[in-house]
Design a protein around this ligand. Structure first.
Ligand SMILES: Cc1cc2nc3c(=O)[nH]c(=O)nc-3n(C[C@H](O)[C@H](O)[C@H](O)COP(=O)(O)O)c2cc1C
Length: 181
């Protein structure tokens, strides 16, 4: 199968997640088309058998590039098995409100675009204190303190569960292959 793995990423963690998915797609003997939606000139491939869209949450929303892509290509996306990977930190929350918030992100996207992915996966992202500017670092440290996450801003923290992500990819490929026959 040809699998389109398209992503938007602000600080790079979703790009890393999409690359890992593409790597596992290729390991399983399929062809992965890894696409950064922010690249100028990106064109949807003529043929793909399934699609995995990956997007991070910043200030409660997915990047506009991802939203626009879904709106522009909804018809093509609806024709093939599809998955949405949402990358956030709210998914790590021990509080029910945090968890509900994480669940609300894809719900809002679905309402906004009218595209419902067949499969949804939530991946925890990263805290990149070393890459944030002063204001972002201050905001993220405050939120982290409130949520019981690391507040030492002298290093970055990655929360992505790579083994769980690999299981998601393998399951999605199995499901897509079933729909192909
Ligand atoms: C300015 C800023 C705002 C963020 N807002 C949210 C948010 O509203 N909800 C959430 O769950 N995570 C939020 N995050 C965490 C990101 O989703 C997480 O850092 C993710 O790994 C970012 O992915 P990226 O590196 O691909 O951009 C925010 C991060 C930053 C830096």
């Amino acid at each position: 199968m040809i699998i389109l793995v398209a992503y938007a990423s602000v600080e790079g963690q979703t790009a890393k997640i999409a690359s890992r998915i593409a790597e596992k797609v290729e390991d399983a003997g399929h062809q992965a088309i890894l696409a950064n939606l922010a690249e100028p000139g990106f064109a949807i491939p003529g043929r793909f058998d399934a699609v995995i869209l990956c997007g991070p949450i910043h200030m409660g929303a997915y990047p506009n590039t991802l939203i626009r892509f879904i709106q522009n290509w909804k018809a093509a996306l609806l024709e093939v098995p599809s998955a949405l990977v949402t990358v956030s930190l709210a998914i790590l929350s021990d509080y029910s409100e945090g968890h509900e918030e994480a669940m609300s992100y894809p719900e809002k996207l679905i309402k906004e675009t009218g595209w419902t992915p067949q499969v949804q996966y939530h991946a925890a992202g990263a805290l990149k204190y070393l890459e944030y500017d002063f204001f972002k670092r201050w905001v993220m440290r405050r939120i982290s303190g409130h949520e019981g996450r690391p507040v030492d801003t002298s290093q970055d923290y990655e929360f992505t569960d790579w083994a769980a992500l690999d299981v998601f990819t393998a399951d999605f490929l199995a499901q897509a292959a079933k729909q192909e026959v």
